[in-house]
Design a protein around this ligand. Structure first.
Ligand code: MG
Length: 306
């Protein structure tokens, strides 16, 4: 099906994905608080508010603000706003803080991004964690979503794995948002196959997304044991598992987030990625969507994106 997607519809899909991302991030990060156990969420007990969001949300807000302002990603602008808005206490990794400090003090982003990790560029999950709303924004074109995801990734993540992670999440989010518009939910296997087809086949991210297919229908713990749970904070260790969760629980946001919490690892980021993809399909305050109570428990988003 082909259709025209107007700017306000794109932005509304991106904002739903951002709601899912930020609530997942903020709730997921609660499970790094000492004494808090994943079983509490599984039993239906929510952590006490406010749930503070982290770097995942801060950067995703910049992505959405850029789309709202100019309708696409301009890498020079994006690098600048990432650097200007970075509050290091939000849980940025040391590599990200270094790259963003270099950019803020005048180093061109291609130089700063390439300098990370002994000149190889970052293959962390940071480009994937912020890109879901961009995918939803380009719901009418997975190729545009993939191309814009690459542009958004490269300003901080020069390594092919870091870029592939962002492309995978953006394509998953585009397909999820498109499925919502079409009223045609893809089977989990079809969604994973479409994501894999969009990726550089030489990457470990691609390999991981393909490995996720035979794990469909298996328990969350088994999927995480094979695919990773983000504990290494790399894209290959994070993105295939999040694609598996999002494909499996595409119509059930709370179940998707509970699965991320159950799996452990880099929970704020896995829940942010999954939350963005799933919320692009379910919306907010709908059956299976992001619960309005959860949104109310999340710290307010920055005024510049609201
Ligand atoms: Mg974080």
């Amino acid at each position: 099906m082909t259709f025209t997607l107007f700017a306000d519809s794109r932005l509304s899909l991106a904002r739903d994905a951002l709601a899912g991302l930020s609530v997942g991030d903020a709730l997921g990060s609660q499970f790094f608080v000492p004494g808090r156990h994943p079983g509490e969420l599984a039993a239906g007990h929510l952590p006490p508010p406010p749930w503070q969001w982290t770097d995942d949300t801060e950067m995703a807000c910049s992505v959405v603000a850029e789309l709202a302002e100019i309708g696409r990603i301009d890498p020079d602008r994006l690098a600048r706003v990432f650097a200007e808005r970075c509050e290091p206490y939000r849980g940025y990794g040391p590599g990200a803080v270094t790259v963003l400090r270099l950019i803020r003090t005048g180093t061109p982003w291609p130089v700063a991004a390439a300098a990370a990790f002994d000149g190889q560029g970052s293959w962390g999950n940071g480009a994937a964690m912020r890109v879901g709303p961009l995918g939803a924004y380009f719901a009418d074109s997975t190729s545009r979503a993939a191309a814009q995801a690459r542009v958004s990734a490269e300003v901080t993540h020069a390594h092919p794995e870091g870029i592939a992670g962002a492309v995978a999440v953006a394509v998953a989010a585009a397909l999820a948002a498109r499925a919502r518009l079409d009223g045609d939910r893809p089977t989990p296997a079809r969604l994973l196959a479409a994501v894999a087809a969009a990726l550089d086949p030489t990457t470990r991210v691609h390999h991981g997304v393909r490995r996720a297919v035979p794990l469909l229908g298996r328990p969350v713990a088994e999927a995480a044991a094979v695919l990773g749970n983000g504990a290494r904070v790399t894209a290959p260790d994070t993105v295939p598992f999040t694609c598996w969760v999002a494909a499996t629980f595409l119509d059930d946001y709370p179940a998707a987030i509970r699965s991320c919490v159950e799996a452990g690892g880099d929970v704020d980021t896995t829940a942010a990625i999954v939350g963005a993809v799933v919320a692009g399909y379910t919306g907010v305050g709908t059956p299976g969507g992001v619960p309005t109570e959860w949104v109310a428990h999340r710290e307010a988003l920055p005024a510049w994106v609201a």
